[in-house]
Structure formats: structure tokens, C-alpha cells
Design a protein around this ligand. Structure first.
Ligand code: HEC
Ligand code: HEC
Ligand code: HEC
Ligand code: HEC
Ligand code: HEC
Ligand code: HEC
Ligand code: HEC
Ligand code: HEC
Ligand code: HEC
Ligand code: HEC
Length: 325
């Protein structure tokens, strides 16, 4: 059976750990100064046997699956940068000297640092643990970024006690993000969307959830740079550029989804008329007498202004100044 096979594997790992994992020289606690800040530091020590101590209780029979951590990068003892090469479980969970003691009936267990925004440990302390090793350029704007500000913690997005962190896979990432961002979940269900729900694009290809210089956690310093990374042909340069295209693609397009075609925010002619007056066209162009029904229609059916102004993003034709060709 799958389950017992797995328990068996865990057991082997567990035994291997018992035999071989006894403490390596304790490296410095990443958040020593703030370690278990509600406890009295003097009385609390690290467990003498590191992970072995913890695994006496938190083993494969425990309701919380702790052991898959050993299949992840954090569990690689051969890599000196990992928590398991240092103070092991306590690198992240802090001093467990009191917590690991057996309790008498009715006695409360001493607390130990826990993760997730529902955990008792304050968000700042939790994030400090993770940031002690992950404070690189990707997270340079974490501090004061919108997620940090809103009290979202690293562990709300990342799961460290699983073989594969769902945040790092396309499909499961989307599920995780939209579990909090319901409006965006709806936007990606519209008729015209970026193909996020088919796992062809991830939220993190456009956003850096750890914080950015741009607004709305957009990865690139300005939004057009983002769009050009995948729609390079829209960068130009054009002989005849269309001013709003150069300024910001999101003037006309919704980045997530739209009920109109081509992710447009409004349907032409309304889109175009939000900036352009309808005057100025040669009157013949507007004479709809030849059209079915005989009603004059300056937008000449479904593609509207684009029937004629087809080079809407810009033109490289010598006489494309009116974006006609
Ligand atoms: C003697 C058994 C025992 C040992 C040893 C032990 N724990 Fe626990 N641990 C428990 C029990 C029981 C709970 C659940 C009760 C509770 O939350 O107080 C728990 C809860 C936890 C929690 C959740 C705390 C929370 O507030 O949600 C974490 C994290 C944890 N243990 C980590 C560790 C680590 C790390 C070690 C090793 C330093 C360790 N434990 C050693 C029995 C043990
Ligand atoms: C003692 C240092 C240390 C601490 C503390 C630490 N990590 Fe890591 N973490 C690492 C190392 C080392 C890697 C592997 C990096 C690599 O391979 O380049 C890693 C990898 C990761 C990865 C990528 C995993 C993958 O499969 O690619 C994530 C996500 C991560 N850590 C999140 C966290 C979170 C969340 C916390 C806090 C709960 C945390 N880390 C705490 C050292 C640490
Ligand atoms: C809102 C969700 C979210 C939060 C909060 C979050 N992350 Fe991430 N993290 C992600 C996503 C998404 C990726 C994958 C990025 C990619 O695919 O380019 C990632 C990737 C990573 C990685 C691996 C790749 C890399 O950038 O090195 C590490 C390490 C990491 N995060 C650490 C952290 C730490 C530390 C914190 C807390 C300070 C944190 N994350 C908070 C969503 C989050
Ligand atoms: C990289 C940091 C890190 C390391 C190392 C680590 N943990 Fe955790 N632990 C976490 C985070 C973050 C959570 C929150 C849930 C998750 O991400 O899977 C957690 C959750 C837990 C829980 C469940 C707590 C609850 O709320 O019920 C227990 C128990 C636990 N860890 C024990 C251990 C033990 C035992 C070890 C050593 C074998 C260990 N942890 C090593 C970061 C770590
Ligand atoms: C635990 C819940 C949670 C998760 C998971 C989460 N977020 Fe957020 N996110 C928030 C909160 C809370 C805010 C603060 C502003 C708000 O309420 O919208 C926010 C803000 C944002 C903003 C900025 C909104 C603005 O108006 O400036 C973006 C962009 C964003 N998140 C993207 C993501 C992406 C991408 C992911 C997945 C990688 C993600 N979020 C995962 C809770 C979450
Ligand atoms: C093709 C790129 C792209 C993808 C993919 C994408 N976003 Fe966005 N998102 C943007 C841009 C650009 C903005 C800024 C829009 C603006 O300034 O009007 C934005 C804005 C946001 C905002 C701020 C509120 C709003 O609607 O303006 C949130 C929250 C958000 N995105 C979440 C997500 C989540 C969650 C995912 C994945 C399910 C995701 N985004 C996927 C480009 C993208
Ligand atoms: C990570 C790559 C990526 C980024 C970044 C990106 N796109 Fe896209 N875009 C795509 C893909 C893939 C498609 C779907 C193409 C297809 O279905 O043939 C698409 C389609 C579109 C479409 C056509 C939609 C339709 O319904 O026909 C528009 C419009 C569009 N993107 C605009 C933008 C804008 C504006 C930005 C910047 C905010 C942007 N894209 C950023 C990859 C990207
Ligand atoms: C002035 C409004 C406007 C602006 C600004 C704009 N677009 Fe468009 N875009 C349109 C219209 C209208 C269509 C539909 C064209 C059609 O149906 O023939 C379109 C279609 C698209 C398409 C799908 C069809 C194609 O041509 O590949 C992509 C991709 C696209 N735009 C990307 C972008 C990018 C990237 C930017 C910013 C550099 C941008 N757009 C700025 C109006 C605009
Ligand atoms: C956000 C405002 C805005 C929107 C929306 C917009 N435009 Fe423009 N458009 C401009 C500006 C500004 C110019 C440059 C005018 C100038 O140089 O005198 C321009 C130039 C043009 C030109 C060339 C005019 C000339 O005199 O050279 C045409 C044709 C045009 N737009 C058509 C359209 C069409 C068709 C749409 C709808 C798909 C549209 N525009 C949407 C702002 C906009
Ligand atoms: C039947 C084709 C056709 C349609 C449909 C059309 N245009 Fe034009 N448009 C033209 C032609 C041809 C010119 C160039 C006129 C000239 O050079 O004097 C032009 C010129 C323009 C100019 C430049 C104004 C100027 O004085 O030079 C703008 C702006 C413009 N059109 C916007 C629009 C908008 C917005 C729509 C939709 C509401 C639209 N056009 C629909 C053919 C069309």
C-alpha cells in the first residue's frame, strides 16, 4: 500500500537521522536577539540533540507531516547554508529546550516559534527568520512592500514541510494567489484573458510578490517594459508611433481579463472616443448610404475604427501617419 510504503521510507529516514544527525556545532541563531521574544532567554536552551529531540514526538505518526522537509533544499545537511546543517529544526523554530520537555497531565506545553499569519509568533519575528538567509535582491523591497504591510508572512505563501512548495509550481501557485485575491480569480475567467488558467502564465511572471519599485507589485520598473518581455514586437521603434501605446499599455488593455476582445478595457469606438473627437474625417468616409440598412455608420461595423486604423500600435509605413497601414 502506498501509505505503508511511505511510512516505511519515513522510518528509514527517521532512523538514519537518529543515527547520524546528532548536533553539528550550533551555528549562530539567525534571530538570536529576538528569539522567542515572549520567553525568558536565560532559561531556555537549544535541545541537546537537535532534530533527533524533536522527532521523538514529531514523527511520521504525528498529525502534522514534518518529515517531507528532509526531501527539500532546507533538509540538505551537506549544504552548509541550510537550516539542517546548523541548528536544524531550531534554526527556524527557535530554542526548543523547554518545549521538548515531557509535560505532566494538565500541564501546558512551553510554546515554540510557529509560522503562518494565524500562528502566535508575531509576523516580524517569523519573517526575520526566513530573511536571515533570503535577504537578497529578489526580496530587497519586501520590507514596507504591500504584502509585508498587510501582515502577510512568508509562510502564508510558502510551505516548507512539503516535498515541493506549491508556490513554485504554475497551477498551484495560481490557486494560492487567488485564494486571497478573489477579484483576480474572477478576472481570469473572462472571455479574453492572459492564459493563466491554462497554466501557460503564472502570476509571478508579471508580479514579484516579495515587493517591487513599481506599484501593484509589477515586476519591472514600468508596465510597458513588462509587456515587452513577451510582446517584443510592440516595442517598436515605429516611424509613426501612437502616443498612448508608448505611454502605458494598460490605458487600453486590462492585464488580467476583459469581457471585450483583445483584453480591451472598452470596446471601440468608445475606447478611441475617450480621447478622440469624432470630427475631422472626410465626410465621404462617413457616408453609410452604401451599407446594409442604409444607416450612416461612421464605425463601419464590428471592428469599428480599426477597420481603417489597423496599425493601432504604430506604423512603419512611410505614409502610415494616420495609422492606416
Ligand atoms: C515531548 C514531545 C515533544 C517534543 C520533544 C517536541 N514537541 Fe513540538 N509539540 C509537541 C506537542 C504535543 C505539540 C502540540 C501541543 C501544543 O501546541 O502545545 C507540539 C507543537 C509544536 C509546534 C506548534 C506550536 C504552535 O504554537 O502551533 C511546533 C512548531 C513544534 N512543536 C516544534 C517542535 C520542535 C522544533 C521541537 C524540537 C526542538 C519539538 N517540537 C519537540 C510535542 C513535542
Ligand atoms: C539557515 C538559512 C535558511 C533559513 C533560516 C531559511 N532558508 Fe529557505 N533556503 C535556504 C537555502 C540554502 C535554500 C536553497 C537555495 C538554493 O538552492 O539556492 C533555500 C531555499 C528556499 C526556497 C526555494 C526552494 C526550492 O525548492 O527552490 C524557498 C521558497 C525558501 N527557502 C523559503 C524559506 C522560508 C519561507 C523560510 C522561513 C520559514 C526559509 N526559507 C528559511 C536557507 C534558509
Ligand atoms: C504573496 C506570496 C509570497 C510571499 C508572502 C512570499 N513569497 Fe517567496 N515566492 C513567491 C512566489 C510566487 C515565488 C516564485 C517566484 C517565481 O516564480 O519567480 C517565490 C519564490 C521564493 C524563493 C525562491 C526563489 C527566489 O526568489 O530565491 C524564496 C527563497 C522565497 N520566495 C522566499 C521568501 C521569503 C523569505 C519570504 C518572506 C520574507 C517570502 N518568500 C514571501 C511568493 C511569495
Ligand atoms: C526552514 C525553516 C524550518 C525548518 C528548518 C523546520 N521548520 Fe517546522 N515549520 C516551518 C514553517 C514555515 C511551518 C509552517 C507550515 C509549513 O510551512 O509547512 C512549520 C511548521 C511546523 C510544525 C507544525 C506547526 C503547527 O502549526 O501545527 C511542526 C510540528 C514543525 N514545523 C516541526 C518541525 C521540526 C520537528 C523540524 C525539524 C525536523 C522543523 N519543523 C524544521 C519552518 C521550518
Ligand atoms: C494570504 C493571502 C494572500 C496571498 C496568498 C497573496 N496575497 Fe497578494 N495581497 C494580499 C493582501 C492582504 C494585500 C494587500 C492589499 C489588498 O488587500 O489587496 C495584497 C496585495 C497584493 C497586490 C497589490 C495590490 C494593490 O492594490 O497594490 C498584488 C499585485 C498582489 N497582492 C499579488 C499577489 C500574487 C501575485 C500572489 C501569489 C504569488 C499573492 N498576491 C498572494 C494577500 C495575499
Ligand atoms: C500579464 C501580466 C500579469 C499577470 C499574468 C498577472 N497580473 Fe496582476 N497585474 C498586472 C498589471 C500590469 C497590474 C497593474 C494594473 C494597473 O496598474 O492598472 C496588475 C494588478 C494586480 C493587482 C492590483 C489590483 C488591480 O487589479 O489593479 C492584483 C491584486 C493582481 N494584479 C494580482 C494578480 C494575481 C493574483 C495574478 C495571478 C492569478 C496576476 N495578478 C497575474 C499584470 C499581471
Ligand atoms: C509572460 C509573458 C507575457 C507578458 C509579460 C504579457 N503577456 Fe500578453 N500575452 C501572453 C500570452 C502567452 C498571450 C496569449 C497568446 C495566444 O493566446 O496566442 C498574450 C495575449 C495578449 C493579448 C491578446 C489577448 C486576446 O484575447 O487575444 C493582449 C492584448 C496582451 N497579451 C497584452 C499584454 C499587455 C498589455 C501586457 C503588459 C501589461 C502583457 N500582455 C504582458 C504573454 C504575456
Ligand atoms: C490606444 C489603445 C491601445 C494601446 C495603448 C495598446 N493597445 Fe494593444 N490593442 C489595441 C486594440 C484596439 C487591439 C485590437 C486590435 C484588433 O482587433 O485588430 C489591440 C491588440 C493587442 C494585441 C493582440 C493582437 C496583436 O496585435 O498582437 C496585443 C498582444 C497587444 N494589443 C499588446 C499591446 C501592448 C504590449 C501595448 C503596450 C506597448 C498595447 N497593446 C497598447 C489597442 C491598444
Ligand atoms: C488615451 C488617449 C487615446 C486613446 C484611448 C486613443 N488615442 Fe489615438 N491618439 C492619441 C494621441 C495623444 C495621439 C497623438 C495626437 C497628435 O500627435 O496630435 C493619437 C493619435 C492617433 C492617430 C493619428 C492622428 C494624427 O493626427 O496623426 C490616429 C489615427 C488615432 N490616434 C486613432 C486611434 C484609434 C483608432 C483609437 C482606438 C483604438 C485611439 N486612437 C485611441 C490618444 C489616444
Ligand atoms: C472608413 C475608414 C475610417 C474609419 C472607420 C475611421 N477613420 Fe479615422 N481616418 C480615416 C482616414 C482616411 C483619415 C485620414 C484623413 C486625412 O488624412 O485627412 C483618418 C484620420 C483620423 C485621425 C486624424 C485626424 C486628423 O484630423 O488628421 C484620427 C484621430 C482618427 N482618424 C480617428 C478615428 C477614430 C477614433 C475612429 C473611430 C471612431 C476612426 N478614425 C474611424 C479613416 C477612417
Amino acid at each position: 500500500m502506498y501509505h505503508s510504503a511511505r511510512s516505511y521510507i519515513y522510518q528509514i529516514i527517521y532512523i538514519t537521522i537518529l543515527l547520524s544527525v546528532s548536533m553539528s556545532a550550533p551555528a549562530a541563531d539567525p534571530v538570536n536577539s529576538q528569539n522567542n521574544n515572549t520567553q525568558n532567554k536565560k532559561e531556555i536552551s537549544y535541545s541537546k540533540k537537535g532534530a533527533d529531540t524533536c522527532l521523538k514526538c514529531h514523527d511520521e505518526d504525528n498529525e502534522y507531516p514534518v518529515l517531507p522537509l528532509f526531501y527539500t533544499k532546507h533538509g540538505e545537511r551537506g549544504d552548509a547554508r541550510t537550516p539542517m546543517a546548523g541548528l536544524q529544526c531550531e534554526t527556524c523554530h527557535g530554542r526548543g529546550g523547554d518545549h521538548q520537555k515531557k509535560t505532566k497531565k494538565g500541564e501546558k506545553k512551553a510554546p515554540i516559534r510557529a509560522f503562518g499569519s494565524k500562528a502566535w509568533t508575531p509576523p516580524a519575528e517569523q519573517n526575520k527568520v526566513c530573511m536571515s538567509c533570503h535577504n537578497d535582491h529578489t526580496r530587497a523591497n519586501w520590507q514596507g512592500g504591500i504584502h509585508e504591510d498587510a501582515g502577510v508572512v512568508c509562510a502564508d505563501c510558502h510551505t516548507v514541510h512539503t516535498r515541493s512548495d506549491p508556490m513554485l509550481q504554475a497551477r498551484t501557485q495560481t490557486e494560492k494567489c487567488v485564494s486571497c485575491h478573489l477579484k483576480q480569480r474572477a478576472e481570469f475567467q473572462r472571455t479574453s484573458t492572459h492564459p493563466v488558467r491554462f497554466d501557460k502564465i503564472r502570476c509571478s511572471q508579471c508580479h514579484n510578490p516579495h515587493g517591487t519599485f513599481n506599484e501593484k507589485l509589477v515586476k519591472t520598473p514600468n508596465t510597458n517594459e513588462l509587456c515587452y518581455t513577451c510582446h517584443a514586437e510592440k516595442r517598436g521603434p515605429y516611424l509613426w508611433a501612437h502616443a498612448p501605446v508608448q505611454e502605458d499599455c494598460t490605458i487600453c488593455h486590462s492585464p488580467h481579463g476583459s469581457v471585450y476582445g483583445s483584453l480591451l478595457k472598452k470596446i471601440p469606438p468608445l475606447l478611441c472616443q475617450s480621447c478622440h473627437a469624432s470630427g475631422g474625417h472626410p465626410s465621404t468616409a462617413y457616408n453609410g448610404s452604401g451599407l446594409p440598412g442604409g444607416t450612416p455608420n461612421q464605425f463601419l461595423l464590428s471592428k469599428s475604427c480599426l477597420n481603417c486604423h489597423s496599425r493601432i500600435h504604430g506604423s512603419n509605413h512611410p505614409s502610415g501617419v494616420k495609422l492606416l497601414r
